[in-house]
Design a protein. Structure first.
Length: 381
């Protein structure tokens, strides 16, 4: 079967067709060179919410925990990091646009270009970043299935228990690493030059595609702000959970899976932080998740478009100055729904209203999320 010597550039900008100049150079075994698309990394660009009355979401104005070198060492960078290695799947559907994936070609790419052979006909292309971690331990798993029509990413259970909003799984799950994907269907490599433009510098016909690698794992920054603490709480055990989030994601559709699980992550206690001129203590952390079940958060315009009605609870175990500890449990459902692509989750506690427990044991403290001046709380002793 004949193939084309063309240059396929996956870019953000779609170029209009131009006048045909030299004929397309044809020969058996010709190559197509792919340049990978732009990866959306900036939190300001991605957390582009309008939470209240058209006001743009400014996450920095409500994030008081900060992010110092110790946080970077424990949690990594606060935002997304640009990937350098990619996985490429090319599905040849022959002369059938949007056809089934009978043939799949797999490649791992270092850098952002790939050169390979493309037969005449229709192709689907899936790209996602390869996973690299500082300690070499990876939480993400990938299932390419038996038909190759979809690639699913997921994580497995930890040894930690999951007590809140966990109807199916009794243990929490590892959070995924940063993951991006792009998928384009019915890309036609044809002999009539339709959809091609001529590249003067390369003396070559070029087919350009609109593809953008978007996150399919979403970053949440959590902070429990302690007002009037006066050293009542002196630390945290370093572990926290948020429930009701998806266990997996389909990389082709970017739709999160249907199974709701609890995500486990780490926290850190900071003393004497500044909140608009007030000195407060904060238990902060960062976690990544596949997001709310059964949605593609990249296609959602507002929280009102989300049909899922799962509750989300955050639990944090904190240590008191008398050696006791208690697990604080907060309903953060509305904050998670409002920030469906990630963002800051804030709890504010007036410690003047919370008694110091007389014994440890992880007693559950259910807090109503309100402005801290108006809160009332109950705690098991």
């Amino acid at each position: 079967m004949h193939t084309a010597m063309v240059l396929a550039l996956l870019t953000l900008v779609s170029l209009s067709s131009c006048e045909r100049r030299p004929p397309l150079h044809l020969y058996d075994g010709g190559n197509v060179e792919i340049e990978f698309p732009f990866v959306l990394l900036e939190l300001e660009a991605y957390w582009n919410y309008e939470l209240n009355y058209g006001t743009k979401y400014d996450w920095r104005s409500e994030w008081y925990y900060g992010w110092d070198e110790t946080d970077r060492r424990i949690f990594g960078e606060i935002g997304y990091v640009e990937p350098t290695v990619f996985n490429l799947r090319r599905y040849f559907t022959e002369q059938i646009a949007f056809g089934p994936h009978k043939t799949v070609l797999s490649n791992t790419i270092n850098g952002n270009t790939f050169q390979g052979k493309y037969d005449w006909g229709f192709w689907d292309i899936l790209v996602w970043n390869d996973i690299h971690t500082l300690d070499g331990v990876q939480s993400l798993n990938f299932d390419e299935g038996t038909t190759s029509d979809h690639v699913t990413a997921f994580t497995n259970e930890t040894m930690r228990s999951s007590r809140y909003q966990a109807p199916r799984f009794t243990r929490s799950f590892y959070q995924p690493e940063p993951l991006f994907s792009a998928y384009e269907q019915a890309i036609e490599i044809n002999q009539t030059l339709d959809g091609f433009v001529y590249d003067e510098e390369r003396s070559m016909w070029v087919k350009r595609l609109d593809m953008l690698l978007l996150p399919v794992t979403y970053i949440y920054l959590t902070q429990v702000i302690l007002h009037h603490n006066n050293n009542a709480i002196i630390g945290c055990d370093g572990n926290a959970n948020v429930s009701g989030l998806a266990r997996s994601v389909d990389l082709n559709t970017r739709v999160a899976g249907p199974d709701a699980i609890t995500v486990s992550y780490n926290t850190r206690f900071k003393h004497d932080c500044d909140k608009n001129g007030e000195r407060v203590d904060i238990v902060g952390g960062r976690f990544m998740t596949f997001g709310i079940c059964n949605i593609n958060a990249n296609n959602i315009r507002s929280a009102a478009d989300i049909k899922e009605d799962v509750r989300h609870y955050m639990d944090v175990t904190m240590q008191f100055n008398n050696g006791t500890d208690s697990t604080f449990v907060f309903d953060v459902s509305q904050q998670v729904r409002d920030r469906f692509k990630g963002g800051v989750i804030t709890i504010e506690l007036d410690m003047d209203t919370i008694p110091v427990p007389s014994r440890s044991g992880g007693s559950a403290f259910d807090a109503v999320v309100k402005d801290f001046e108006e809160e009332t709380h109950e705690i098991d002793m």
